[in-house]
Design a protein around this ligand. Structure first.
Ligand SMILES: NC(=O)c1ccc[n+]([C@@H]2O[C@H](COP(=O)([O-])OP(=O)(O)OC[C@H]3O[C@@H](n4cnc5c(N)ncnc54)[C@H](O)[C@@H]3O)[C@@H](O)[C@H]2O)c1
Length: 367
């Protein structure tokens, strides 16, 4: 079990990564100063697969444990579910000294974190992320949110957890597409600031795809460290933290154009990264061999749903909606070399549009 610390200006907390930490979570949390029972927020899928291990561990330290289960899926990350969580908390007489344990993927983490940020104006919470995506991305950085009809994650807060416990063993039950989706976020971390991580992924991809814990632990630690370091420098996303959006601006547009159903988040990001790599190459920023090498790694992760049927108009519309991507000042994260990203302002809309048209038309070459 390894620990890395997230060092923010006025808050410091550990991310613990390792096999078996779930079974030891009760003892660990007690040692960290959590001496009363948590209110666990999870979903039926995660509870069925891994709930017994968690509850047993917590019960051995805290006695009876209250669990609030929410619906499984992005469509439950909303206001109605939030009300259900508050209701459940009042029912078990939660108060200002209560704390929440979020046990699940990014959906559970985001909404449980938002509940923690707002219940009685803020109570502590701990994350036990159970998807690869949530272990390397959503559990780190304190962005918590719910979706509203106007868009995803539009109501939320920056609210940091007190600890994050990531057990690599729980990832063995993940559906293949979920594992692949998280892997694209790991690739992103390597692409923007760690060529050693990219080399490791190139070498160990077969083991990783077979969910071998040693290799999973290595990449979770490496990617979590990258995100934690970036967030420590720029907690509120005003500068450096933007590089974590590599592949995301275009990726989100694919995700929206696919009505948030066709692509998993990581798959859309994979397409976004391929597009930006091609664009970085086309404008002469990135060497062709480097772009090809990274695209090859992305493709080895698994098949991506096709983008060839997606209209340029729907993508362009989604891009123009993006709060990080405004007409007149198009800003994107581009790659200068593998492991080195930079933020570019003033990208010309017409040239990007023409690039995207050609990219979608030729996308079968990357499928
Ligand atoms: N806060 C942030 O900084 C941030 C960053 C990236 C993404 N997000 C958010 O994260 C969410 C996506 O997270 P996600 O990809 O983890 O999706 P998810 O939470 O929907 O989990 C994916 C699926 O896997 C299941 N699952 C979870 N753990 C499992 C396990 N160990 N074995 C088998 N199945 C398991 C879930 O029940 C669900 O069906 C989105 O809402 C996105 O907006 C937030």
């Amino acid at each position: 079990v390894k620990t890395l610390n997230v060092n923010l200006k006025d808050h410091r907390y550990p991310i613990v990564v390792g096999k078996g930490i779930l079974a030891d979570s009760g003892k660990y949390l007690d040692k960290q100063g959590f001496h009363t029972a948590p209110i666990v927020i999870s979903n039926p899928t995660v509870m069925r697969l891994h709930g017994a291990t968690l509850i047993q561990s917590l019960q051995s330290v805290y006695g009876n444990i209250s669990v609030i289960k929410i619906g499984d899926g992005e469509r439950y990350k909303n206001h109605a579910t939030l009300m259900k969580i508050y209701d459940g908390m009042f029912r078990v007489q939660a108060n200002r000294r209560s704390w929440i344990l979020a046990f699940g993927g990014g959906v559970v983490g985001d909404i449980a974190g938002f509940a923690a940020a707002t219940f009685m104006r803020g109570i502590p919470y701990v994350m036990i992320p159970t998807t690869l995506l949530s272990q390397v991305d959503s559990s780190i950085g304190g962005k918590v949110a719910v979706n509203v009809i106007q868009g995803k994650n539009l109501v939320g807060a920056f609210y940091q957890p007190s600890a994050v416990l990531s057990d690599s063993e729980v990832l063995s039950t993940l559906p293949k597409r979920e594992l692949a989706s998280g892997l694209h976020e790991v690739i992103k971390c390597g692409a923007i600031c760690s060529s050693p991580l990219l080399r490791y992924l190139e070498q160990k991809l077969p083991e990783i795809l077979k969910c071998q814990t040693k290799e999973l632990e290595h990449i979770v630690l490496a990617a979590a460290r990258i995100k934690a370091d970036v967030v420590a420098v720029d907690e509120k996303e005003t500068g450096l933290r933007l590089i974590l959006n590599f592949g995301h601006t275009v990726g989100h547009a694919f995700e929206a154009a696919g009505d948030f159903r066709k692509f998993k988040h990581g798959e859309a990001v994979a397409w976004g990264m391929i597009a930006v790599l091609e664009y970085s190459r086309e404008v002469g920023l990135l060497q062709a061999e480097e772009a090809a090498r990274l695209i090859q790694l992305i493709r080895r992760v698994g098949p991506l749903p096709s983008i060839s049927g997606i209209s340029l108009e729907s993508i362009w519309k989604a891009l123009m909606h993006d709060k990080k991507f405004r007409k007149g000042d198009i800003r994107m994260v581009l790659l200068q070399s593998l492991g080195k990203a930079a933020i570019y302002n003033g990208i010309e809309a017409a040239s990007l549009r023409s690039f995207l048209r050609r990219f979608i038309a030729g996308s079968h070459a990357f499928a």
